[in-house]
Design a protein around this ligand. Sequence first.
Ligand code: DOR
Length: 442
Amino acid sequence: MADILLRGGRLVDPAGEADATCDVLISGGRIEAVGTGLDPGRAEVIDVDGAIVAPGFVDTHVHLREPGREDEETIASGSAAAVLGGYTAICAMPNTDPVCDNAAVAEKVAATGSFLGLTQVIPAGSLTQGLQGKHLAAIGEMATCNARVRLFTDDGHGVQDARLLRRAMEYLKGFGAICAEHCDDESLSEGGHMHEGEYSSRLGLRGQPAEAEELALARDIVLARLTGARFHALHVSTARSVAIIRQAKADGLPVTAEATPHHLTLTDACLVDYDTNFKVNPPLRSPHDVEVLRAGLADGTIDNIATDHAPHAAQEKEAEFEAAPPGLIGLETALGVIMGELVEGGLLTLGDMVRRMSTTPARILGLEGQGGPVVPGAWANLVVFDPGARWTVDPGKFASRCRNCPWAGKELVGRVLLTVFQGRVVGRDGQVSTAAPLGAFA
Ligand code: DOR
């Protein structure tokens, strides 16, 4: 593996508290040295003057669609999209076909990811068999197999049965695993296609009330208190959800929460043209919800930013609004959306952003060698980006197999220049490396 010297970048490493112009020397997959005027020796010198060097981004929430819907995404295309977005680790949701509710599927997803060698692919296991919400999945088998599944969820749906969720939490606690919920009381939200409010009335679409999320979240936190299990709230979207999480944290419960770039920047008003690229679950909410969600992200109530990258085939998204599936692709636009809206907008510093997109999600998933600190001896999992680069989103150029991107044609700020995974340059200037993957020789 060739040695690399990243010369002259500004290291933003909240884990190591560094924020200075320096060189990073990478050798044998690891950071060899960090400092100014480093001697490259035989290393390839890559000039990153003026760019930010940071620990690679970590996404707690992506849909890779393999196995089952390889027409929409594969582990390879999703990994490539992650590379172009600056992600060195992604957690793959279990709503595949077959569902990731057993060790065989979990091991296959993890092994395919490591064979590709583009980014770390971490399978999430389902909480219930077949995501049916009736019987527990093979949680113990998944937690102890080679894939060592750490995060369990029925994402796409919440577990409606409180007794079953309690059992799942009790079981998960024994493995130190995380119960991650798509908080949704379906008795309130079923049949809804967007946020219930002024716009759903105007557009004549049935709404999903904010309370559907909040009731489920409050119940889940009560169960987390009862069982002592670690709980992670997926794609939090409402103002009162932020308040509920804040209270849970104040009570000392082991609760974490994520929010997506779309819930942090878009509102239900985006649906005025019935554009299905803005149809997501949970739905885009009101301006007040967005404002409170942003404040929660800034004060740390919301721990991390996750994309909920959810590819859908064009023919399915082009259906009438009620028939179209919810979801949007986000891996390749997350940095540009967050930099442009939240960093340039003054809500987050660069260090805050790196903490919420890398350090904290790596800690939530318990990943070694991800999220920094960028210090000698650590695995070289890095992203290099130009914080001021303005670019126009063209989904036609994405590595993802799908095009359901609400930011198409929009100008974003902040562009990934380089992604380094385990010491190898896997992405550069919008291209994914075609060099033989590490795993090909394993
Ligand atoms: O918008 C969404 N799409 N929300 C989910 O929870 C599931 C996801 C999907 O799988 O498409």
